[in-house]
Ligand binder design. Structure first.
Ligand code: DAH
Length: 362
């Protein structure tokens, strides 16, 4: 039977053309040529009507099965070609390194602090910590700092409003700088006056209250002062306090220690000089001046970098250490000042602006 014999070869040709269509446009054309309204296979189906009653069922079945096969071939080829079209045109180089996620790094102040801590750890110092919201006793009184000392003035120091400070520490409000007479300055009465610590020296007292001598600690931490921000001042900055208490401790130990740490930190050409000064919690007291090639390059001979001295006997009395038995020294550095020197930074405010173009350099 001629009609039935035509179906199979026609289907095979159709399948092969569909499977070999080179791209999506060609495939759509091939589809039209075979199973579209004017397609070759559609024409064959139209001829069904001319067949006899007996021939029709077998021929219809065969044609339908062939059409299903052609349609399946069309869908399969279309998927293949769509996938191919979605792939990159350029060949892929699988040996290229992967894309790395940019890692952040430590803030320069943290790096400097870590290095200072590392240097002190080498010679047996432990890190201690204390609260940033401090009471006047630990910040001043116990450090032998008299009530009329300028650092206690509300113009210099951020006091907390004690009316609200009975709430948990940290939830109190800080008096705004320059807030006038309407705000209570130093609170009167029996409540301990709370303030943002003006130095890390308060932690000396907190540590000595808690443990018997000997003591060998450093205290990195944030401190607050009512300074207007400029190239060398900021109301918030960082210090490292050091305290060493033992028997027969001398100024020589202090100088040797400071020299060791600065050489670790800034190189072996560092020189240290002690200049007599006054702090109420040390006697004798000194300011530490620092110099190296970098300082010379800045056109200076020395840069003041820290305060220090031998712990005042009155401070030992206050914390219950016997000043006839125990001796000690203490110091306080400004971390920003050291970081500025180390990296040649000329404006302290850069540390707090969090501009990645600045931070990326360290
Ligand atoms: N607390 C002083 C300041 O903030 C620095 C200081 C000086 C700390 C002498 C000390 C010290 O421990 O003995 O300026």
């Amino acid at each position: 039977m001629a009609f039935l014999d035509d179906i199979e070869p026609l289907k095979q040709t159709g399948l092969s053309e569909l499977k070999n269509a080179p791209d999506l446009a060609a495939l759509e054309q091939t589809k039209g040529a075979w199973i579209g309204p004017n397609g070759k296979f559609t024409a064959l189906m139209k001829q069904l009507g001319t067949l006899s009653k007996e021939e029709k069922p077998a021929a219809g079945k065969l044609i339908n099965a062939a059409k299903v096969e052609l349609e399946a071939a069309l869908v399969a080829r279309r998927e293949e070609l769509e996938l191919k079209a979605a792939l990159p045109k350029e060949p892929t180089d699988f040996t290229l390194p992967g894309r790395r996620r940019a890692l952040g790094k430590l803030h320069p102040l943290t790096q400097v602090t870590d290095d200072i801590v590392r240097a002190f750890r080498k010679i047996g110092f432990a890190v201690a910590d204390g609260p940033e919201i401090e009471d006047e006793y630990h910040c001043f009184d116990a450090l032998n700092t008299p009530a009329d000392h300028p650092a206690r003035d509300s113009q210099d120091t951020f006091y907390l409003n004690v009316a609200q400070a009975s709430a948990p520490a940290g939830s109190g409000s800080v008096l705004a700088p320059g807030s006038g007479g309407e705000t209570p300055l130093k609170p009167a009465g029996k409540m301990p006056a709370l303030l943002l610590r003006t130095h890390t020296s308060s932690v000396q007292i907190r540590v000595m209250e808690k443990q018997p001598p000997p003591v060998r600690i450093i205290v990195p931490g944030r401190v607050y002062r009512r300074d207007n921000a400029d190239a060398t001042h900021n109301p918030t900055f960082h210090q490292i306090e050091g305290l060493y208490v033992d028997k027969n401790v001398t100024v020589g130990d202090l100088k040797g220690t400071v020299e060791f740490v600065f050489r670790e930190l800034m190189g072996s050409d560092v020189k240290i000089r002690f200049r007599p000064h006054y702090f109420s919690y040390t006697e004798p007291s000194y300011e530490i001046d620092f110099t190296n090639a970098l300082v010379k390059k800045m056109g200076k001979d020395w840069l003041e970098i820290a305060g220090c001295g031998m712990v005042h006997p009155q401070v030992f009395e206050t914390v219950g250490y016997d000043p006839e038995v125990w001796t000690g020294w203490a110091f306080g550095f400004g971390i920003e000042r050291i970081a500025m020197l180390r990296y040649g930074i000329n404006d302290i405010r850069l540390f707090y602006e969090n501009d990645v173009r600045f931070l990326k350099q360290f």
